[in-house]
Design a protein around this ligand. Structure first.
Ligand code: UD1
Ligand code: CA
Length: 480
Protein backbone atom coordinates (compact mmCIF):
# COMPACT_ATOMS: atom_id res chain seq x y z
CA UNK A 1 0.00 0.00 0.00
CA UNK A 2 1.28 3.46 -0.93
CA UNK A 3 1.67 5.95 1.87
CA UNK A 4 -0.48 9.05 2.24
CA UNK A 5 1.26 11.94 0.42
CA UNK A 6 -0.27 14.61 2.63
CA UNK A 7 -2.08 16.11 -0.36
CA UNK A 8 -5.68 17.18 0.19
CA UNK A 9 -8.69 16.86 -2.13
CA UNK A 10 -12.23 17.91 -1.24
CA UNK A 11 -15.75 16.68 -1.85
CA UNK A 12 -18.61 19.06 -1.12
CA UNK A 13 -22.07 17.50 -0.88
CA UNK A 14 -24.79 19.58 -2.47
CA UNK A 15 -27.15 17.23 -4.26
CA UNK A 16 -30.04 17.35 -1.78
CA UNK A 17 -33.28 19.14 -2.55
CA UNK A 18 -33.76 20.68 0.87
CA UNK A 19 -37.41 19.70 1.22
CA UNK A 20 -37.99 21.88 4.26
CA UNK A 21 -37.23 25.05 2.31
CA UNK A 22 -40.49 24.39 0.44
CA UNK A 23 -38.97 25.82 -2.70
CA UNK A 24 -38.68 25.14 -6.41
CA UNK A 25 -35.07 26.25 -6.06
CA UNK A 26 -32.35 23.93 -4.76
CA UNK A 27 -31.53 24.80 -1.16
CA UNK A 28 -27.88 25.66 -1.81
CA UNK A 29 -28.96 28.31 -4.33
CA UNK A 30 -30.86 30.34 -1.77
CA UNK A 31 -28.99 33.55 -1.10
CA UNK A 32 -27.08 34.47 1.99
CA UNK A 33 -25.24 37.76 2.24
CA UNK A 34 -26.11 38.54 -1.37
CA UNK A 35 -24.90 35.28 -2.97
CA UNK A 36 -25.98 31.65 -3.24
CA UNK A 37 -25.04 29.96 0.05
CA UNK A 38 -23.01 27.29 -1.72
CA UNK A 39 -20.47 29.88 -2.81
CA UNK A 40 -19.63 30.62 0.81
CA UNK A 41 -19.30 26.91 1.58
CA UNK A 42 -17.02 26.38 -1.44
CA UNK A 43 -14.94 29.49 -0.73
CA UNK A 44 -14.21 28.29 2.82
CA UNK A 45 -12.88 25.00 1.41
CA UNK A 46 -10.89 26.64 -1.40
CA UNK A 47 -9.22 29.03 1.07
CA UNK A 48 -7.78 26.25 3.25
CA UNK A 49 -3.98 26.19 3.14
CA UNK A 50 -2.90 24.22 1.14
CA UNK A 51 -5.90 24.62 -1.15
CA UNK A 52 -7.59 21.24 -1.75
CA UNK A 53 -7.10 19.94 -5.27
CA UNK A 54 -9.33 18.87 -6.83
CA UNK A 55 -12.50 20.27 -5.27
CA UNK A 56 -15.42 18.09 -6.34
CA UNK A 57 -18.96 19.33 -5.83
CA UNK A 58 -21.65 16.68 -5.80
CA UNK A 59 -24.75 18.11 -7.44
CA UNK A 60 -28.15 16.59 -8.12
CA UNK A 61 -31.20 18.71 -7.63
CA UNK A 62 -31.00 21.60 -10.18
CA UNK A 63 -27.49 20.49 -11.03
CA UNK A 64 -27.08 22.87 -13.96
CA UNK A 65 -28.15 25.92 -11.97
CA UNK A 66 -25.86 24.99 -9.08
CA UNK A 67 -22.92 24.60 -11.46
CA UNK A 68 -23.70 27.97 -13.01
CA UNK A 69 -23.79 29.62 -9.59
CA UNK A 70 -20.24 28.46 -8.93
CA UNK A 71 -18.23 30.51 -11.36
CA UNK A 72 -15.31 29.13 -9.50
CA UNK A 73 -12.46 27.96 -11.67
CA UNK A 74 -11.09 24.53 -11.17
CA UNK A 75 -14.10 23.02 -9.39
CA UNK A 76 -15.30 19.66 -10.71
CA UNK A 77 -18.87 18.50 -10.58
CA UNK A 78 -20.24 15.04 -9.97
CA UNK A 79 -23.88 14.33 -10.77
CA UNK A 80 -25.65 12.16 -8.18
CA UNK A 81 -29.03 10.95 -9.37
CA UNK A 82 -31.07 9.76 -7.57
CA UNK A 83 -29.94 10.91 -4.12
CA UNK A 84 -29.49 7.78 -2.05
CA UNK A 85 -27.67 9.17 0.95
CA UNK A 86 -24.46 10.90 1.97
CA UNK A 87 -22.35 7.77 1.43
CA UNK A 88 -23.75 7.36 -2.08
CA UNK A 89 -22.99 11.04 -2.75
CA UNK A 90 -19.34 10.63 -1.73
CA UNK A 91 -19.04 7.63 -4.04
CA UNK A 92 -20.02 9.85 -6.96
CA UNK A 93 -17.62 12.51 -5.71
CA UNK A 94 -14.60 10.23 -5.39
CA UNK A 95 -15.15 8.98 -8.94
CA UNK A 96 -14.01 12.44 -10.05
CA UNK A 97 -10.75 12.15 -8.14
CA UNK A 98 -7.89 10.42 -9.89
CA UNK A 99 -7.08 6.85 -8.82
CA UNK A 100 -3.51 8.09 -8.46
CA UNK A 101 -4.47 10.61 -5.83
CA UNK A 102 -3.13 9.40 -2.52
CA UNK A 103 -3.83 11.80 0.29
CA UNK A 104 -6.65 13.01 2.49
CA UNK A 105 -10.15 13.77 1.27
CA UNK A 106 -11.94 16.60 3.03
CA UNK A 107 -15.71 16.11 2.98
CA UNK A 108 -18.04 19.05 3.69
CA UNK A 109 -21.63 20.19 2.96
CA UNK A 110 -22.88 22.91 0.65
CA UNK A 111 -25.62 23.87 3.09
CA UNK A 112 -23.25 24.74 5.95
CA UNK A 113 -22.14 28.20 4.87
CA UNK A 114 -20.93 29.47 8.26
CA UNK A 115 -17.81 27.30 8.30
CA UNK A 116 -14.49 29.19 8.17
CA UNK A 117 -11.31 28.15 6.43
CA UNK A 118 -9.40 28.80 9.68
CA UNK A 119 -11.40 26.06 11.41
CA UNK A 120 -10.95 23.68 8.48
CA UNK A 121 -7.22 24.41 8.56
CA UNK A 122 -7.05 23.65 12.30
CA UNK A 123 -8.98 20.43 11.66
CA UNK A 124 -6.53 19.42 8.93
CA UNK A 125 -3.54 20.11 11.19
CA UNK A 126 -5.05 18.10 14.04
CA UNK A 127 -5.87 15.24 11.68
CA UNK A 128 -2.40 15.07 10.16
CA UNK A 129 -0.69 15.42 13.54
CA UNK A 130 -2.77 12.64 15.14
CA UNK A 131 -1.86 10.16 12.43
CA UNK A 132 -5.53 9.14 12.20
CA UNK A 133 -6.70 7.75 8.86
CA UNK A 134 -10.19 9.06 9.47
CA UNK A 135 -11.15 12.16 11.45
CA UNK A 136 -14.43 13.99 11.67
CA UNK A 137 -15.55 17.15 13.44
CA UNK A 138 -17.91 16.77 16.37
CA UNK A 139 -19.52 19.38 18.60
CA UNK A 140 -21.23 19.28 21.97
CA UNK A 141 -24.86 20.39 21.90
CA UNK A 142 -27.29 20.85 24.79
CA UNK A 143 -30.04 19.83 22.40
CA UNK A 144 -28.54 17.24 20.01
CA UNK A 145 -31.83 17.16 18.07
CA UNK A 146 -31.79 14.93 14.97
CA UNK A 147 -28.01 14.84 14.49
CA UNK A 148 -25.93 11.70 14.34
CA UNK A 149 -24.59 10.76 17.80
CA UNK A 150 -20.89 10.03 18.42
CA UNK A 151 -20.54 6.73 20.27
CA UNK A 152 -17.29 6.25 22.22
CA UNK A 153 -16.05 3.19 24.10
CA UNK A 154 -15.05 3.08 27.81
CA UNK A 155 -11.58 4.36 26.97
CA UNK A 156 -13.11 7.35 25.12
CA UNK A 157 -12.16 6.10 21.65
CA UNK A 158 -14.66 6.73 18.86
CA UNK A 159 -16.55 3.57 17.97
CA UNK A 160 -19.22 4.67 15.53
CA UNK A 161 -21.78 7.28 14.59
CA UNK A 162 -25.42 6.39 15.07
CA UNK A 163 -28.08 8.37 13.26
CA UNK A 164 -30.82 9.83 15.45
CA UNK A 165 -33.47 7.68 13.76
CA UNK A 166 -31.50 4.52 14.39
CA UNK A 167 -30.40 5.42 17.93
CA UNK A 168 -31.54 3.81 21.18
CA UNK A 169 -32.86 6.06 23.98
CA UNK A 170 -29.49 5.80 25.75
CA UNK A 171 -27.65 6.81 22.54
CA UNK A 172 -30.05 9.69 21.98
CA UNK A 173 -29.01 11.08 25.37
CA UNK A 174 -25.44 11.61 24.05
CA UNK A 175 -24.64 15.29 23.50
CA UNK A 176 -21.65 14.85 21.19
CA UNK A 177 -22.85 14.97 17.60
CA UNK A 178 -21.39 14.52 14.11
CA UNK A 179 -21.14 17.77 12.11
CA UNK A 180 -20.66 16.03 8.77
CA UNK A 181 -17.10 17.30 8.13
CA UNK A 182 -14.54 14.55 7.57
CA UNK A 183 -10.93 14.00 6.58
CA UNK A 184 -10.32 10.50 5.32
CA UNK A 185 -7.32 8.84 3.76
CA UNK A 186 -8.31 8.34 0.13
CA UNK A 187 -7.40 4.65 0.02
CA UNK A 188 -9.42 3.92 3.16
CA UNK A 189 -12.32 6.01 1.89
CA UNK A 190 -12.56 4.21 -1.45
CA UNK A 191 -12.61 0.78 0.13
CA UNK A 192 -14.93 1.71 3.03
CA UNK A 193 -17.47 3.23 0.61
CA UNK A 194 -17.66 -0.15 -1.16
CA UNK A 195 -18.73 -1.75 2.10
CA UNK A 196 -21.70 0.57 2.77
CA UNK A 197 -25.11 -1.03 2.99
CA UNK A 198 -28.47 0.70 3.12
CA UNK A 199 -29.68 -1.33 6.11
CA UNK A 200 -31.02 1.54 8.17
CA UNK A 201 -34.21 3.42 9.02
CA UNK A 202 -33.99 5.54 5.86
CA UNK A 203 -32.79 2.82 3.47
CA UNK A 204 -29.89 5.10 2.48
CA UNK A 205 -26.14 4.71 2.12
CA UNK A 206 -24.89 6.47 5.23
CA UNK A 207 -21.44 8.04 5.01
CA UNK A 208 -21.37 7.88 8.80
CA UNK A 209 -20.99 4.09 8.61
CA UNK A 210 -17.39 4.48 7.40
CA UNK A 211 -16.44 5.24 11.02
CA UNK A 212 -17.47 1.78 12.29
CA UNK A 213 -15.99 0.17 9.16
CA UNK A 214 -12.61 1.84 9.79
CA UNK A 215 -12.69 0.86 13.47
CA UNK A 216 -13.51 -2.75 12.61
CA UNK A 217 -10.36 -2.78 10.46
CA UNK A 218 -8.32 -1.46 13.36
CA UNK A 219 -7.72 1.94 11.75
CA UNK A 220 -7.11 5.01 13.88
CA UNK A 221 -10.25 7.17 14.02
CA UNK A 222 -10.51 10.57 15.72
CA UNK A 223 -13.36 12.95 16.49
CA UNK A 224 -12.07 16.54 16.63
CA UNK A 225 -14.30 18.51 18.97
CA UNK A 226 -14.76 22.01 17.52
CA UNK A 227 -15.08 24.94 19.91
CA UNK A 228 -17.68 27.06 18.11
CA UNK A 229 -20.89 25.16 17.25
CA UNK A 230 -22.17 28.25 15.41
CA UNK A 231 -19.84 27.46 12.48
CA UNK A 232 -21.67 24.18 12.00
CA UNK A 233 -25.16 25.61 11.73
CA UNK A 234 -26.81 24.10 8.68
CA UNK A 235 -29.55 25.74 6.68
CA UNK A 236 -32.66 23.61 6.44
CA UNK A 237 -35.49 26.14 6.63
CA UNK A 238 -36.14 29.70 5.55
CA UNK A 239 -36.16 30.69 9.20
CA UNK A 240 -32.63 29.34 9.65
CA UNK A 241 -31.63 31.19 6.48
CA UNK A 242 -33.00 34.48 7.83
CA UNK A 243 -31.32 33.95 11.19
CA UNK A 244 -27.94 33.34 9.58
CA UNK A 245 -28.43 36.38 7.33
CA UNK A 246 -29.08 38.47 10.45
CA UNK A 247 -25.92 37.12 12.08
CA UNK A 248 -23.77 37.90 9.06
CA UNK A 249 -25.26 41.39 8.90
CA UNK A 250 -24.73 42.03 12.61
CA UNK A 251 -21.09 40.96 12.30
CA UNK A 252 -20.54 43.35 9.36
CA UNK A 253 -22.16 46.19 11.31
CA UNK A 254 -20.06 45.53 14.42
CA UNK A 255 -16.87 45.60 12.36
CA UNK A 256 -17.85 48.85 10.65
CA UNK A 257 -18.77 50.58 13.90
CA UNK A 258 -15.50 49.43 15.48
CA UNK A 259 -13.67 50.96 12.50
CA UNK A 260 -15.27 54.38 13.01
CA UNK A 261 -18.47 54.33 10.95
CA UNK A 262 -21.68 55.61 12.57
CA UNK A 263 -24.75 53.46 11.97
CA UNK A 264 -27.69 55.49 13.23
CA UNK A 265 -29.83 52.35 13.40
CA UNK A 266 -27.79 49.14 12.97
CA UNK A 267 -31.01 47.11 12.88
CA UNK A 268 -31.93 48.75 9.57
CA UNK A 269 -28.46 48.93 8.01
CA UNK A 270 -28.02 46.25 5.35
CA UNK A 271 -24.39 46.35 4.35
CA UNK A 272 -22.56 43.73 2.29
CA UNK A 273 -19.38 42.10 3.48
CA UNK A 274 -17.58 43.43 0.40
CA UNK A 275 -18.40 47.07 1.12
CA UNK A 276 -15.55 49.35 2.20
CA UNK A 277 -16.66 52.36 4.23
CA UNK A 278 -14.15 54.93 5.47
CA UNK A 279 -14.27 56.30 9.01
CA UNK A 280 -16.54 59.15 10.04
CA UNK A 281 -19.18 58.18 7.55
CA UNK A 282 -22.70 58.38 8.94
CA UNK A 283 -25.24 55.87 7.66
CA UNK A 284 -28.85 56.74 8.43
CA UNK A 285 -31.77 54.36 8.89
CA UNK A 286 -33.06 51.97 6.23
CA UNK A 287 -30.00 51.88 4.02
CA UNK A 288 -28.85 49.00 1.79
CA UNK A 289 -25.23 49.08 0.69
CA UNK A 290 -24.82 46.07 -1.58
CA UNK A 291 -22.03 44.52 -3.59
CA UNK A 292 -18.61 46.13 -3.68
CA UNK A 293 -19.52 49.68 -2.66
CA UNK A 294 -16.73 52.04 -1.60
CA UNK A 295 -17.53 55.05 0.55
CA UNK A 296 -14.90 57.70 1.27
CA UNK A 297 -14.33 59.53 4.51
CA UNK A 298 -17.16 61.51 6.04
CA UNK A 299 -19.90 60.40 3.64
CA UNK A 300 -23.35 61.16 5.01
CA UNK A 301 -26.40 59.11 4.02
CA UNK A 302 -29.54 60.56 5.57
CA UNK A 303 -31.65 57.44 5.11
CA UNK A 304 -33.64 55.19 2.79
CA UNK A 305 -31.00 54.47 0.18
CA UNK A 306 -30.32 51.49 -2.10
CA UNK A 307 -26.75 51.42 -3.34
CA UNK A 308 -25.16 48.64 -5.35
CA UNK A 309 -21.52 48.70 -6.55
CA UNK A 310 -21.23 52.44 -6.07
CA UNK A 311 -18.05 54.39 -5.36
CA UNK A 312 -18.74 57.52 -3.35
CA UNK A 313 -16.02 60.12 -2.78
CA UNK A 314 -15.22 61.78 0.54
CA UNK A 315 -17.75 64.08 2.19
CA UNK A 316 -20.60 63.38 -0.20
CA UNK A 317 -24.07 63.88 1.16
CA UNK A 318 -26.88 61.55 0.09
CA UNK A 319 -30.20 62.98 1.13
CA UNK A 320 -33.34 60.95 1.73
CA UNK A 321 -34.21 58.43 -0.97
CA UNK A 322 -31.26 57.74 -3.25
CA UNK A 323 -31.02 54.72 -5.53
CA UNK A 324 -27.67 54.26 -7.25
CA UNK A 325 -26.18 51.34 -9.14
CA UNK A 326 -22.78 50.71 -10.79
CA UNK A 327 -21.72 54.32 -10.68
CA UNK A 328 -19.14 56.76 -9.35
CA UNK A 329 -20.04 59.80 -7.29
CA UNK A 330 -17.11 62.19 -6.93
CA UNK A 331 -16.17 63.96 -3.70
CA UNK A 332 -18.37 66.50 -1.98
CA UNK A 333 -21.37 65.87 -4.17
CA UNK A 334 -24.90 66.31 -2.95
CA UNK A 335 -27.43 63.77 -4.17
CA UNK A 336 -31.18 63.68 -3.65
CA UNK A 337 -33.65 63.74 -2.12
CA UNK A 338 -35.27 61.15 -4.43
CA UNK A 339 -32.63 60.65 -7.09
CA UNK A 340 -32.03 57.62 -9.32
CA UNK A 341 -28.44 57.18 -10.52
CA UNK A 342 -28.42 54.27 -12.93
CA UNK A 343 -25.49 52.23 -14.24
CA UNK A 344 -22.67 54.14 -15.87
CA UNK A 345 -23.27 57.43 -14.10
CA UNK A 346 -19.97 59.18 -13.35
CA UNK A 347 -19.94 62.39 -11.37
CA UNK A 348 -16.50 64.06 -11.30
CA UNK A 349 -17.02 65.77 -7.95
CA UNK A 350 -18.76 68.77 -6.35
CA UNK A 351 -21.90 67.85 -8.25
CA UNK A 352 -25.46 68.34 -7.26
CA UNK A 353 -28.19 65.93 -8.35
CA UNK A 354 -31.50 67.03 -6.92
CA UNK A 355 -34.97 65.64 -6.55
CA UNK A 356 -36.50 63.49 -9.27
CA UNK A 357 -33.42 63.45 -11.42
CA UNK A 358 -32.56 60.22 -13.27
CA UNK A 359 -29.14 59.67 -14.80
CA UNK A 360 -27.87 56.77 -16.93
CA UNK A 361 -24.47 56.43 -18.64
CA UNK A 362 -24.06 60.10 -17.88
CA UNK A 363 -20.69 61.72 -17.19
CA UNK A 364 -20.90 65.04 -15.43
CA UNK A 365 -17.83 67.24 -15.01
CA UNK A 366 -16.80 68.95 -11.77
CA UNK A 367 -19.32 71.30 -10.25
CA UNK A 368 -22.09 70.50 -12.75
CA UNK A 369 -25.59 70.53 -11.32
CA UNK A 370 -28.99 69.11 -12.21
CA UNK A 371 -31.16 70.12 -9.32
CA UNK A 372 -34.68 69.21 -10.31
CA UNK A 373 -36.78 66.87 -12.46
CA UNK A 374 -34.42 65.83 -15.24
CA UNK A 375 -33.50 62.81 -17.33
CA UNK A 376 -29.85 62.69 -18.34
CA UNK A 377 -29.20 59.51 -20.32
CA UNK A 378 -26.20 58.73 -22.56
CA UNK A 379 -24.81 62.19 -21.92
CA UNK A 380 -21.39 63.77 -21.47
CA UNK A 381 -21.53 67.14 -19.76
CA UNK A 382 -18.53 69.36 -18.95
CA UNK A 383 -17.61 71.29 -15.80
CA UNK A 384 -19.67 73.94 -14.03
CA UNK A 385 -22.69 73.55 -16.26
CA UNK A 386 -26.15 74.15 -14.85
CA UNK A 387 -28.88 71.83 -16.05
CA UNK A 388 -32.20 73.57 -15.39
CA UNK A 389 -35.39 72.06 -14.08
CA UNK A 390 -37.06 69.60 -16.42
CA UNK A 391 -34.20 69.25 -18.92
CA UNK A 392 -34.43 66.01 -20.88
CA UNK A 393 -31.98 64.22 -23.12
CA UNK A 394 -34.05 62.56 -25.82
CA UNK A 395 -31.70 59.62 -26.24
CA UNK A 396 -33.93 56.94 -27.79
CA UNK A 397 -35.42 56.99 -31.27
CA UNK A 398 -37.29 53.76 -30.85
CA UNK A 399 -34.40 51.69 -32.21
CA UNK A 400 -31.10 53.05 -30.93
CA UNK A 401 -29.72 55.11 -28.08
CA UNK A 402 -27.80 58.30 -28.96
CA UNK A 403 -25.44 60.53 -26.99
CA UNK A 404 -25.79 64.13 -25.99
CA UNK A 405 -22.70 66.26 -25.42
CA UNK A 406 -22.73 69.54 -23.54
CA UNK A 407 -19.61 71.63 -22.83
CA UNK A 408 -18.37 73.61 -19.80
CA UNK A 409 -20.04 76.56 -18.09
CA UNK A 410 -23.34 76.24 -19.93
CA UNK A 411 -26.68 77.42 -18.68
CA UNK A 412 -29.28 74.96 -19.94
CA UNK A 413 -32.67 76.53 -19.37
CA UNK A 414 -35.65 74.79 -17.84
CA UNK A 415 -37.72 72.43 -19.95
CA UNK A 416 -35.06 72.04 -22.64
CA UNK A 417 -35.08 68.89 -24.76
CA UNK A 418 -31.91 67.74 -26.45
CA UNK A 419 -32.68 65.47 -29.41
CA UNK A 420 -29.68 63.14 -29.56
CA UNK A 421 -27.29 62.68 -31.19
CA UNK A 422 -26.54 66.30 -30.55
CA UNK A 423 -23.70 68.51 -29.35
CA UNK A 424 -23.77 71.77 -27.45
CA UNK A 425 -20.48 73.69 -27.12
CA UNK A 426 -19.07 75.47 -24.07
CA UNK A 427 -20.36 78.75 -22.61
CA UNK A 428 -23.71 78.27 -24.31
CA UNK A 429 -26.90 79.79 -22.95
CA UNK A 430 -29.94 77.69 -23.79
CA UNK A 431 -33.17 79.61 -23.34
CA UNK A 432 -35.82 77.71 -21.45
CA UNK A 433 -38.23 75.62 -23.44
CA UNK A 434 -35.75 75.08 -26.27
CA UNK A 435 -35.74 71.93 -28.39
CA UNK A 436 -32.16 71.43 -29.52
CA UNK A 437 -31.91 69.47 -32.74
CA UNK A 438 -28.58 70.70 -34.21
CA UNK A 439 -25.08 71.37 -32.94
CA UNK A 440 -24.70 74.64 -31.01
CA UNK A 441 -21.43 76.59 -31.26
CA UNK A 442 -19.40 77.80 -28.25
CA UNK A 443 -20.59 81.02 -26.66
CA UNK A 444 -23.99 81.14 -28.41
CA UNK A 445 -27.47 81.85 -27.16
CA UNK A 446 -29.89 79.29 -28.51
CA UNK A 447 -33.67 79.38 -28.37
CA UNK A 448 -36.60 77.79 -30.17
CA UNK A 449 -39.46 79.34 -28.30
CA UNK A 450 -42.70 80.27 -29.99
CA UNK A 451 -43.29 84.01 -30.09
CA UNK A 452 -45.44 85.15 -27.16
CA UNK A 453 -48.89 86.40 -28.13
CA UNK A 454 -51.19 88.39 -25.87
CA UNK A 455 -54.91 89.29 -26.08
CA UNK A 456 -55.81 92.19 -23.83
CA UNK A 457 -58.90 91.74 -21.60
CA UNK A 458 -59.49 88.16 -22.79
CA UNK A 459 -60.14 86.78 -19.30
CA UNK A 460 -63.10 89.04 -18.59
CA UNK A 461 -64.80 87.88 -21.80
CA UNK A 462 -64.16 84.27 -20.91
CA UNK A 463 -65.70 84.66 -17.46
CA UNK A 464 -68.71 86.47 -18.93
CA UNK A 465 -69.36 83.45 -21.11
CA UNK A 466 -69.41 81.22 -18.02
CA UNK A 467 -71.45 83.59 -15.86
CA UNK A 468 -74.05 80.92 -15.06
CA UNK A 469 -71.38 78.90 -13.23
CA UNK A 470 -72.57 78.98 -9.55
CA UNK A 471 -69.41 80.48 -8.03
CA UNK A 472 -68.34 82.39 -11.13
CA UNK A 473 -65.23 80.27 -11.35
CA UNK A 474 -63.79 78.62 -14.42
CA UNK A 475 -64.99 75.26 -13.20
CA UNK A 476 -67.14 73.39 -15.67
CA UNK A 477 -70.75 73.19 -14.60
CA UNK A 478 -71.69 69.76 -13.29
CA UNK A 479 -74.18 67.97 -15.49
CA UNK A 480 -76.97 66.45 -13.45
C1 UD1 B 1 -25.96 14.05 8.18
C2 UD1 B 1 -25.24 12.96 8.95
C3 UD1 B 1 -25.41 13.19 10.45
C4 UD1 B 1 -24.93 14.56 10.83
C5 UD1 B 1 -25.60 15.61 9.97
C6 UD1 B 1 -24.98 16.96 10.21
C7 UD1 B 1 -25.36 10.99 7.52
C8 UD1 B 1 -26.01 9.69 7.29
N1 UD1 B 1 -25.77 11.68 8.58
O1 UD1 B 1 -27.34 13.89 8.46
O2 UD1 B 1 -24.67 12.21 11.18
O3 UD1 B 1 -25.19 14.80 12.19
O4 UD1 B 1 -25.46 15.31 8.58
O5 UD1 B 1 -25.67 17.93 9.50
O6 UD1 B 1 -24.47 11.38 6.79
N2 UD1 B 1 -26.64 14.96 0.31
C9 UD1 B 1 -26.32 14.64 -0.98
N3 UD1 B 1 -26.81 13.47 -1.52
C10 UD1 B 1 -27.60 12.65 -0.81
C11 UD1 B 1 -27.92 12.98 0.53
C12 UD1 B 1 -27.42 14.14 1.06
O7 UD1 B 1 -25.61 15.38 -1.66
O8 UD1 B 1 -28.00 11.61 -1.36
C13 UD1 B 1 -26.10 16.21 0.88
C14 UD1 B 1 -27.20 17.17 1.24
O9 UD1 B 1 -27.48 18.05 0.16
C15 UD1 B 1 -26.61 17.91 2.42
C16 UD1 B 1 -25.68 16.90 3.06
O10 UD1 B 1 -25.44 15.91 2.09
O11 UD1 B 1 -25.84 19.01 2.03
C17 UD1 B 1 -26.26 16.27 4.32
O12 UD1 B 1 -27.42 15.57 3.99
P1 UD1 B 1 -28.64 15.48 4.99
O13 UD1 B 1 -29.68 14.65 4.38
O14 UD1 B 1 -29.01 16.83 5.46
O15 UD1 B 1 -27.99 14.67 6.20
P2 UD1 B 1 -28.54 14.61 7.66
O16 UD1 B 1 -29.69 13.72 7.71
O17 UD1 B 1 -28.69 15.97 8.16
CA1 CA C 1 -28.94 18.44 7.19
Amino acid sequence: MTTNSGAVAAIILAAGKGTRMRSQRAKVLHELGGEPMIRRAVRAVAAVEPSPDPIVIVVGHQAREVEAALNFHGARFALQEPQRGTGDAVRFGIDKISENFNGDVLITYGDMPAITSATLRAFLEAHQKSGARLSFISIMLDDPAAYGRVIRDESGKVEKIVEHRDASPAERAIREINTGFYLVDSVLLRSALEQLKPGNAQGEYYLTDIVAIARARGEKVEAWVAEDPAEFAGINTREELANMEAEIRAAVNRKLMASGVTLVDPASAYISEQAAIAPDSVIGPNVQILGACKLGEGVRIDGTAWLSNVTIGPRCHLKLGVRAEDCVIGEESEIGPFANLRAGTELAGHNRIGNFVETKKARLGRGTKASHLSYLGDATIGDDTNIGCGVITVNYDGYDKHRTEIGDRCMVGCDTQLIAPVKVGSDVYVASGTTIIREVQDGALVMSQHPQREKAGWMATWRERHADSPDGSLKRKKKD
